[in-house]
Design a protein around this ligand. Structure first.
Ligand code: TRP
Length: 373
């Protein structure tokens, strides 16, 4: 996932888009907190959908930042959908590497961390024809200028060495189809995805206004809200943003030895007294946070325990904490990877279920549009 710095200036928008991005972030946070409280009481009210681009192996940033939360939500009893956004990989590059291997590696990661195919539908959006067909009516509901000012798209364009492709400009509309085809109403994402959620709500509303309903008293599409996770932002081992391209990640599927080796090389600082101080000691604090996430302990407490143990003491502790926490996940992952037939079956079952739901939604859409011949 990419992150963007949300502009602080007021951004005037004509038709329902937020009038101030800042205000909109605050509103989204508040709404997200309210939903979070209600989820525990009424999990049956929610259908959750979220997903990843299959660009490579999933790492600790994905795990602590989002996968663990998905498992928690699934276990609360939400109807869960996990999307592999394979079409989102192709818009800014010619070659995508071994896409198929990435897809099955992601599925192995999902299952290994506890996403349960009995309770979560795992599917790839390229395989769902009726989902993709929603793109056409949805495209009729947005303007060129609305698409061009999406800050996340702008940010991705800036980080790409290719010109804006038609797909890149419109991928947030396709993302709205990802969310709306199954009528998901909660979408756990990072704040970089908020512009897409806002567009999704706009499309749902405009569809209702312009094309009407399949049944008189009920709009076809719900309003989907973001669930903004409270997970801390995890840095890579060099103190920069954790990303595969920087080579600073620990992948879920790495061995304990590989993990130890990487942590040994991690950046720390020269103060032997370990303290949790994210402002002034980002690298040390990041390692403490990883240890905290792995053990469930408070990073401040962990720092006190290490005391004057220095970078060496810290690294030893983080390595042990992570390897211990990840051991069962890795063991299960290795079993899954050895059974490709099962991974294929999980994806085919998920695709079949997604296709059924998308077909139903598309038929409602066609009815509302008077195209149900
Ligand atoms: N854009 C998301 C990302 O970059 C992936 C994604 C695609 C997604 N479709 C989605 C996330 C629908 C949530 C809902 O990570």
């Amino acid at each position: 996932m990419t992150s963007v710095d949300l502009p602080t200036s007021a951004v005037e928008a004509d038709d329902g888009l937020a009038s101030s991005i800042d205000g909109s972030l605050r509103a989204s946070l508040k709404r997200s907190e309210q939903i979070e409280a209600d989820l525990e009481v009424h999990p049956e009210r929610y259908r959750m959908l979220t997903g990843d681009r299959p660009t490579g192996k999933l790492h600790l940033g994905h795990y602590f930042g989002s996968l663990a939360n998905r498992v928690r939500l699934q276990n609360l009893g939400l109807d869960s959908w996990v999307l592999i956004a394979d079409y989102q990989v192709i818009y800014d590059r010619d070659g995508v590497g071994d896409l198929k291997a990435n897809v099955f590696s992601a599925i192995a990661d999902y299952l290994a961390v506890g996403i349960d195919p009995q309770r979560s539908t795992i599917f790839a959006h390229s395989a769902i024809a009726p989902l993709n067909q929603l793109l056409l009516p949805f495209l009729s509901l947005v303007t060129d200028s609305e698409l061009r000012r999406n800050p996340t798209v702008k940010d991705e364009l800036a980080n790409s060495d290719r010109p804006m492709s038609g797909l890149m400009l419109t991928f947030p509309v396709h993302q709205a189809a990802d969310i709306l085809f199954c009528k998901a109403n909660v979408v756990p994402v990072g704040k970089d995805q908020l512009p897409h959620l806002e567009l999704t709500r706009l499309i749902a509303r405009r569809f209702d206004e312009r094309y009407g309903r399949a049944e008189k008293d009920r709009p076809i599409f719900p309003f989907a809200d973001a669930l903004l996770s409270s997970a801390p932002n995890i840095l890579g081992l060099d103190g920069n943003k954790m990303s595969k391209s920087r080579g600073n990640v620990i992948e879920l599927g790495m061995t304990a030895q590989q993990t130890a080796k990487l942590i040994k090389k991690a950046k720390t600082d020269s103060d032997r007294h370990i303290t949790f101080d994210p402002q002034n000691r980002p690298e040390v604090s990041n390692l403490l946070m990883l240890a905290g996430l792995a053990t469930g302990e408070d990073p401040v407490q962990i720092a006190e325990e290490i005391g004057d143990g220095g970078g060496g003491g810290l690294k030893k502790l983080v390595t042990e904490a992570l390897n211990e926490h990840l051991a069962p996940i890795r063991e299960r992952r290795a079993e899954l990877v050895a059974d490709q037939g099962y991974l294929v079956e999980v994806l085919r079952d998920g695709n079949a279920k997604a296709d059924e739901v998308a077909t139903q939604t598309l038929s409602e859409v066609r009815k509302a549009m008077q195209m149900d011949y």
